[in-house]
Design a binder for this molecule. Structure first.
Ligand code: GDP
Ligand code: IMO
Ligand code: MG
Length: 429
């Protein structure tokens, strides 16, 4: 089972970090293919909690080589800060590889992120403020700085000058901010180069050669389907392809090498930042999900918006990613509810929609059509087989499976590494 993609099937924070960690001991490489330190993955191992942002979650598995692919945008200060913090806790990061084609988040990417959000006012995206959008904008505009550029000072200076020329006009004349100095940016980037050098590799070659040898590569998506710049709720999205296709463009591994595509989703829905979310609950039920599920952002600490499971979103994620399996997380959070509503379709101005409406205004007007399922009161955190779950919890999972279009292969019953029910092995068959 060599190539496996793991992708968020909702609006992020589905528990991708935990799912990656679950497989980590059995895979040879974990490669991050999109996003940057906007991601926040919490992994709990034996009571120890690790919050990862830029580092692939595979870093916590000693036998596995973590890789940052070309599709990622890297803030070097954050990268080394995270490496230092995790090394202090006894985690070995010496195996890590970084693509020389990955783009760099600079000081001006972060500045532009913050000033443009402020400028948008009520139309703001609610970004994480980490410089993600501007770094990807520079990449697409062909004025980005790549990892490989750090090793040619003359070329680097030329590129930073080119990128800053227009931005400084904008910063000073439109945003009323001070200009950013080329020297300051170049010096900062060069200061990281010696430490970065031993990690830099042709990661496309490394990963393809590993696949040739029959080794297993896990492609770990950041963010999620509904935050994908093409397939998400544009413009309230992140600036990369979080969906399965991004795993190929973001690593230089072709689609014929992918054997399995696993979508991770919660037994309910959450979202951070602005934009439509049809099943959002603004009442006590939403508060309850937030409190019991500890739904506060790993990266920004913002309270996550909470709502019931949305099967229209799940079916859409199944379609655009070509899923083979779902990992359903946080089933335990629903314990104690008398009835559990599930959104099976939308009503958009009197018309029933089984599929995601095409445009922004129709999606914004979508009203969930719910079917309610019976809840359970038994503690399920000790369940390790499907049969261990109370009958009502089993029926809830089977009902989700029936309306979501793909089998629910793994079920999360708690945050811990072993708090899991495996119905189908994600790496076999
Ligand atoms: P990611 O960004 O997709 O990796 O997800 P986050 O780490 O941002 O958020 C998921 C949160 O849910 C983390 O705090 C996990 O420890 C936690 N979590 C994951 N799976 C489960 C589960 O099955 N039950 C419970 N209670 N918590 C879980
Ligand atoms: P993980 O990998 C949840 C959201 C932000 C904002 C939008 C754009 O932990 O699931 P950006 O800073 O990327 O330009 O912000 O995307 N967002 C996330 N929401 N989980 C994430 O990552 C996210 N990464 C970005 O809140 O709405
Ligand atoms: Mg997260």
């Amino acid at each position: 089972m060599p190539g496996v993609i793991l992708v968020g099937a909702q609006w992020g924070d589905e528990g991708k970090g935990k799912a990656t960690d679950l497989l980590g001991a059995r895979v040879d490489y974990v490669v991050k293919y999109n996003g940057g330190n906007n991601a926040g993955h919490t992994v709990v191992i034996g009571g120890e909690t690790y919050a990862l942002h830029l580092l692939p979650s595979g870093i916590l598995s000693p036998g596995c080589i973590p890789v940052i692919g070309n599709g990622v945008v890297i803030d070097l200060g954050v990268l080394f800060g995270e490496i230092d913090a995790i090394e202090k806790r006894g985690v070995d990061t010496s195996r890590m590889l970084v693509s020389s084609a990955a783009h760099i988040i600079t000081q001006y990417s972060r500045t532009m992120d913050n000033v443009t959000e402020r400028f948008l006012g009520s139309r703001k995206i609610g970004t994480t403020g980490r410089g993600i959008g501007p770094a990807y904008a520079d990449k697409i505009s062909r004025v980005g700085i790549r990892v490989g550029d750090l090793f040619d000072e003359e070329l680097l200076r030329e590129k930073v000058e080119g990128a800053l020329e227009q931005k400084n006009h904008l910063l000073v004349k439109v945003y009323n901010r001070r200009a950013i100095s080329v020297d300051e940016v170049v010096d900062n980037l060069l200061s990281h180069a010696p430490r970065l050098a031993p990690m830099v590799a042709d990661t496309s070659l490394v990963l393809n050669q590993a696949l040739d040898r029959g080794e297993t590569v896990l492609f770990e998506g950041g963010q999620a389907t509904m935050l994908d710049v093409d397939h998400g709720t544009y413009p309230f999205v992140t600036s990369s392809n979080a969906t399965a296709g991004g795993a190929c463009t973001g690593t230089g591994v072709g689609p014929t090498r992918i054997n399995r595509v696993v979508g991770v989703l919660k037994a309910y829905t959450t979202r951070v930042g602005e934009g439509p979310m049809p099943t959002e609950l603004l009442d006590a039920s939403g508060e309850r999900l937030r409190a019991v599920g500890h739904e506060y952002g790993t990266t920004t600490g913002r309270p996550r918006r909470c709502g019931w499971y949305d099967a229209v979103v799940a079916r859409y994620a199944n379609r655009v990613n070509g899923l083979t399996d779902f990992v359903l997380t946080k089933l335990d959070v629903l314990t104690g509810l008398e009835k559990i509503p599930v959104c099976v379709a939308y009503d958009v101005v009197g018309v029933r929609h089984e599929e995601l409406p095409l445009d922004q205004s129709a999606f914004g007007a979508a009203v969930p059509i719910y079917e309610a399922f019976e809840g359970w009161t038994e503690d399920i955190t000790g369940a390790r087989t499907f049969e261990d779950l109370p009958a009502a919890a089993q029926r809830y999972v089977l009902a989700l499976e029936a309306v979501s279009g793909c089998r629910m292969s793994v079920i999360g019953v708690g945050p811990g590494r072993d708090e899991i029910v495996v119905r189908h092995d994600l790496l076999v068959g």
